[in-house]
Design a protein around this ligand. Structure first.
Ligand code: FAD
Ligand code: NAP
Length: 337
């Protein structure tokens, strides 16, 4: 066991917040995880980390930070149409996507270049360009902190929703995901209708569609719009896109004819939070080293030395301002510690 004390978490969160953890240890197997958990007192706080790309640290972490680095990608079964693979929770998500693309296994290409690890992907049912991991999800294994054993979760057990799962709600802080099984298509079905994919494929001069071409298009769009965490600290979209009642949407649409809206399965309308924040005047705003990205207002950034409280305070001002202007209360997507 490689247990360290009072170390900075700066290299372990993509916002680049420099705050210490009282105790820090990586684990690469379920056995190592079990050993670390038995070394920890039950009363001590616990944070499980993957790539740290969906967290904002606002105070020193007075407890144990365990970093999941369980490796491995293996085929567990296949038939004529599908292949089922198990990936260790510590595998890099984009690495897994590239692994699938190289073998022409379809289903995750629209989820290219999302930072972080496989183990965090079910936490908020990661999604982009019209695909969510629930679309390729078969099952996962997670360590139960109360029963101290591995439990298998099926898709219905996970209660996936829009950037949601049971692990963010009812079972919050009760399980550590150790591996995930995905079901991928041997005969890929292409999804290009969402966002700017089609346009990007045309710009790239693609004549024959493939999952590699879709992945490349998604990567190009993302690189052009999103800040690279290696250069500018951020955790992607800071807020979720709100889903509002239709009469509210129609009322706003009357005042703002260019307001985009997407009908959801629950008869509400999803409104892009980035549009609301931009219209409220925040795009490109900067206060000290905390700011709102100039190309996508949904992304809050750390230009260098901002601390977590400054970024949180900026997010609070944005919430208030959007509420006053549009009567919509934005919900944070990033996990605050
Ligand atoms: P972490 O930040 O390490 O953890 C996130 C949360 O999950 C924490 O609460 C942590 O305790 C918990 N957790 C992590 N691993 C485990 C585990 N094994 N078991 C139990 N709990 C665990 N997200 C999207 O959905 N779509 C996008 O398109 C997208 N684009 C992004 C672009 C950028 C530039 C950035 C910086 C982020 C983006 N994100 C996106 C957000 C983020 O990358 C994803 O949510 C990702 O899945 C987080 O993975 P992680 O390993 O970094 O999680
Ligand atoms: P975009 O294409 O500019 O679109 C803005 C928003 O409108 C998106 O958030 C998307 O919602 C919604 N949208 C666009 N076309 C839609 C359609 N056909 N049907 C339903 N909703 C539609 O968005 P972007 O900022 O460049 O991001 C592109 C994709 O990457 C999005 O799916 C976004 O969620 C994802 N992304 C996520 C993060 C994160 O941290 N969570 C960060 C960057 C990008 P949805 O968000 O619901 O898809």
């Amino acid at each position: 066991m490689n247990i360290q004390h009072n170390i900075s978490l700066k290299p372990y969160n993509t916002f680049g917040i420099d705050l210490p953890a009282k105790t820090f240890a990586p684990f690469a197997t379920v056995e190592e995880l079990a050993e670390l958990l038995s070394a920890k007192n039950e009363q001590e706080n616990l944070m499980v980390l993957g790539g740290g790309s969906n967290i904002l640290l606002t105070q020193p972490f007075d407890g144990w930070v365990l970093q999941n680095s369980i490796p491995g990608i293996a085929i567990i079964k296949e038939d004529e149409n599908y292949v089922w693979i198990r990936a260790g929770a510590g595998e890099n998500w984009h690495g897994l996507v590239l692994h699938c693309i190289a073998r022409n296994w379809g289903g995750v290409e629209n989820l290219s270049l999302i930072p972080g690890c496989v183990g965090a992907s079910p936490m908020q049912n990661i999604g982009a360009y019209g695909v969510e991991i629930k679309d390729v999800f078969e099952s996962l294994e997670a360590w139960s902190l109360s029963d101290r054993n591995l439990v298998t979760f099926s898709i219905s057990d996970c209660a996936f929703g829009y950037r949601e799962s049971v692990f963010k709600r009812k079972l919050k802080n009760q399980f550590i995901i150790t591996s995930v099984v995905f079901k991928l298509r041997k005969k890929p079905v292409f999804q290009t209708s969402y966002g700017a994919i089609q346009q990007e494929l045309e710009t790239m001069g693609i004549s024959e569609l493939s999952i590699k071409a879709i992945s490349d298009a998604v990567i190009r769009i993302r690189q052009s719009k999103l800040p690279d965490p290696a250069v500018t600290g951020n955790a992607g979209s800071f807020f979720k896109n709100p889903e509002i009642e239709l009469p509210h949407y129609l009322e706003l649409k009357h005042s703002y004819p260019d307001l985009p809206g997407y009908p959801t399965k629950t008869d509400t309308t999803k409104v892009p939070a980035g549009w609301l924040i931009e219209k409220a005047g925040w795009k490109g705003y900067r206060e000290g080293d905390a700011g709102v990205h100039s190309k996508q207002a949904l992304v809050l950034v750390n230009y260098g030395k901002a601390n977590g409280n400054e970024i949180y305070a900026l997010s609070e001002k944005i919430v208030q301002s959007v509420k006053e202007k549009f009567g919509i209360v934005l919900e944070r997507e990033v996990n605050i510690y």
